[in-house]
Design a protein around this ligand. Structure first.
Ligand code: PEP
Ligand code: MN
Length: 446
């Protein structure tokens, strides 16, 4: 294999990257990013890999969720905090149900670049470049907003840094303490059936803690009760940004991606000869790969050889996103081929991206029941093949949006316009997310 360098991807075909009109200003930005501190450090990256190794052995479950795309405008404490608290709630539901540790990874603090199926968008007879995420251009439909602007890379870095600062405080500064479990529920969720079910669970947890403490258990000596580990991830799409944040660890003598704990390859950029695979093969982070319905067993094995030649535990997360109508047919042959090759990646289910439809009134949406269906067929395929269904990858927000149909709130087409805020894909809202966790918990228990 030819030698890897942080810029060796530049010799490969790179899909989904913008053409910057002004190359010198892009280079200036890249140099500034190279000089800025790492956002994530090697020790934390290794720690996530150890946690994922436990998932690959069937000893833990991965919960990876957050926005389809974060936005510079909607940035602030509330969106981050509400997403964080819903992921915590879902993790508690699953930990309680399956009595198994949950590895929590946000699609957050760097999820700013979007692959698009078309390079342009036409509206009212005007054709403009597609919106590619806030790290590249603006979502507003105007020629100025849609122009790729390298200064946005620096903004993405600084938004990621502040989001991380907040996440680290939330995870370690007392908010995530299990004694505070009653404070995690947002008001609009509290009034829903899932909210009530969660409050019952929270009561049981509070009683168990009180019981153990009455028996002499010293909770102050159990750090697991007071803080959580929370990791970040995003799609490694914008390679100029990722290269500028690649850092060399002198101690381990390895390169790592310092923009997130985990990076993933999208369904549209996983060509074995492509630039994205080339970049990811050289860094030491946990790496995800989206696997859609067109993937053949040999494609998956080839990618595994390229990205994980040493077969290291916790290195690879294969994220199946087949669609509810295809998963039962397409997933089992892949599970079988990977098992027969003696490989044990983490297998994770993304029940969102194969189930996107357009509503009668023109919104991009997803049906809650289809999401659940793909999830349960994913579990069934693993049961059939004797492999471990290791996790869930999903798009959500803690806020009370109306973007996906169905759920206990029975959201209909007509109600999508009430609070449809996503500039990209439709997300589950706080109560739909919690409902998903309870439904998965029911499957895990049975
Ligand atoms: C995504 O995760 O937002 C995404 C675009 O997924 P995929 O690459 O699976 O289509
Ligand atoms: Mn998406």
């Amino acid at each position: 294999m030819h030698p890897w360098t942080p810029d060796s991807w530049r010799g490969r075909p790179a899909l989904q990257l913008p053409a910057y009109p002004d190359a010198p200003s892009l280079q200036t930005v890249e140099r500034r990013l190279q000089a800025l501190p790492a956002l994530i450090f090697p020790g934390e990256i290794s720690q996530l890999r150890e946690r994922l190794a436990a998932v690959s052995r069937g000893e833990a479950f991965l919960l990876q969720g957050g926005d389809c795309a974060e936005s510079f405008d909607e940035f602030g404490q509330e969106p981050v905090e509400s997403t964080f608290r819903v992921i915590l709630q879902m993790a508690v539901v699953l930990t309680y149900a399956a009595a198994c540790p949950v590895v929590k990874v946000g699609r957050i603090a760097g999820q700013f670049a979007k692959p698009r199926s078309s390079d342009t968008e036409t509206a009212g007879g005007v054709t403009l470049p597609s919106y590619r995420g806030d790290i590249i251009n603006g979502s507003e439909f105007s020629p100025a907003a849609r122009q790729p602007d390298p200064a946005r890379l620096l903004q993405a870095y600084s938004h990621s840094a502040s989001t991380l600062n907040l996440l680290r405080a939330l995870a370690q500064g007392g908010f995530a303490d299990l004694h505070e479990v009653h404070r995690w529920t947002a008001d609009f969720v509290r009034r829903s059936p899932q909210g009530e079910r969660f409050e019952e669970l929270a009561d049981r947890i509070t009683q168990s803690l009180a019981f153990m403490e009455a028996c002499g258990f010293d909770a102050t000596r159990a750090p697991q009760l007071h803080a959580v580990e929370f990791y970040t991830s995003h799609e490694a799409l914008h390679l100029h940004y990722e290269e500028a944040l690649a850092r060399y660890d002198e101690r381990k003598q390895r390169w790592y991606g310092a923009s997130a704990h985990m990076l993933w390859l999208g369904e549209r950029t996983r060509q074995p000869e492509g630039a994205h695979v080339e970049f990811l093969r050289g860094i030491d982070n946990a790496v995800g790969v989206k696997i859609g319905p067109s993937a053949k067993p040999d494609d998956v094995l080839r990618l595994m050889d390229l990205l994980d030649p040493g077969q290291q535990p916790g290195r690879l997360v294969l994220i199946a996103r087949m669609g509810a109508d295809k998963v039962a047919e397409r997933l089992p042959p892949l599970l079988r081929a990977v098992r027969q090759a003696g490989r044990t990646p983490v297998w994770c289910c993304d029940p969102m991206h194969g189930n996107t439809v357009t509503s009668s009134n023109g919104y991009k949406t997803r049906d809650f029941e289809r999401i659940l269906q793909e999830m349960s067929l994913f579990f069934a395929a693993h049961a059939q093949e004797g492999t471990y269904p290791g996790g869930l990858h999903f798009e959500m927000t803690g806020q009370d949006v109306t973007e996906c149909r169905g759920g206990a709130q029975a959201l209909t087409d007509a109600r999508l316009e009430e609070r449809y805020r996503s500039a990209c894909d439709p997300r589950l809202n706080g109560s739909q997310s919690l409902e998903l966790a309870f439904r998965i918990a029911d499957v895990l228990k049975s």
